[in-house]
Write a protein that binds this ligand. Sequence first.
Ligand code: AMP
Length: 443
Amino acid sequence: MSFQSIGLRAELLRAVTEKGYHEPTPVQAKAIPIVLEGHDLLAGAQTGTGKTAGFTLPLLHRLADTANAGGKRKIRALILTPTRELAAQIGDNVRAYSEYLPLKSTVIFGGVSINPQISTLRQGVDILIATPGRLLDHAGQRTIDLSHVEILVLDEADRMLDMGFIHDIRKVLALLPSKESRQNLLFSATFSEDIKRLANGFLNNPKHVEAAAQNATADKIEQRVFHVDKSRKRELLSQLISDGNWTQVLVFTRTKHGANRLAEQLNKDGLTAAAIHGNKSQGARTRALEGFKQGGMRVLVATDIAARGLDIEQLPHVVNFELPNVPEDYVHRIGRTARAGHSGEAVSLVCIDEHKLLRDIERLLGRQVPVGNIEGFEPDPSIKAEPIQNGRSGPRHQNRGGSGQGNRNNGGQNRPGNRNKQSNNSGSGSARRRNPRQARKAV
Ligand code: AMP
């Protein structure tokens, strides 16, 4: 199948060709015709599958069909995303794909001044990409009119629920025209009961599409585990990077503090590194990401939330400096490599405290991850396992690590006050299910 045979407009085909895409990815081939026909869509697809173009291209096609002939532009498409980075990336994509169309888009998220956003909105845009927190700030200040939205996209819906955005999403939905008079698209990597409930609430007779199962992404990635003592992980990481001559590696830590400390230590080892996480200013995060993408920096150390949705083309190496508390996050993390058909390598440094986490991950993958061995780094058998700090604990514990994240200036990305309220108010079953994920929110 080609983009042409799907029936996309010439302006979009030109933009897609300039991006270097030869044919639609599987999720694009399935989703684009459905959206072009005007149906609601429930799509199972994670970052790396090409899902962004899967909803953006038909969305632009439909908007261009009835482009505004004069008068002030109205927001006709709203794309909601959980994080600032993802919002920025989708914004870049929308801009690139709409280059030859008379459509204007903008991105709004927190952590930056609201005033330039207000003036852009005042001038009028057709497509808005937003994180929920800042969007509601605008709604509260009456600097936004969502009453003309024709197409709503909820991207990474599972992550939005994990991050406690359910109330914010409901508030946003209340600002839109009725669900029957909009086209609604929901993308999610996983389908919990909560997601299904949300989908039932705002989709009209949706068509379903599913990109390759999560584990199929993992299959293209060469995965290895190195068993190593906690105190020697940094040394081993430096050696792997130096000996392997790795020039671009994304490293995951469990905590913000751990990310900072590791980046500092790697710099002392002579490896250029920076950390990104929710406590860093938006400017620092953007600079770190750009430095990493341009090749000026060798190592980017990130927590799960900061790294969610990062699209760095052909990222060859991902390292789990610490295993995630939630097995699904392992799949998300290693999915940062081997993107869009490329192969990649994912290495996990596992100390004795993390053996249970590794077993949980292997159960999810349905197979064991091969074990590598580097001489001189064998674990000391006299060291006994200790409980993991910041592990599967409930939200109260997490709040201690989450100070300063609850304000709106945080881009609506990490807002524990709101989240906790939500988890306390929700049914006990779903609250219990969410707890392991909430353990991750404060990091
Ligand atoms: P996404 O899942 O939307 O984050 O996209 C992942 C990556 O795939 C991005 O770098 C896109 O630019 C790239 N991509 C999207 N569609 C295609 C395509 N049809 N052919 C090749 N690469 C693509």
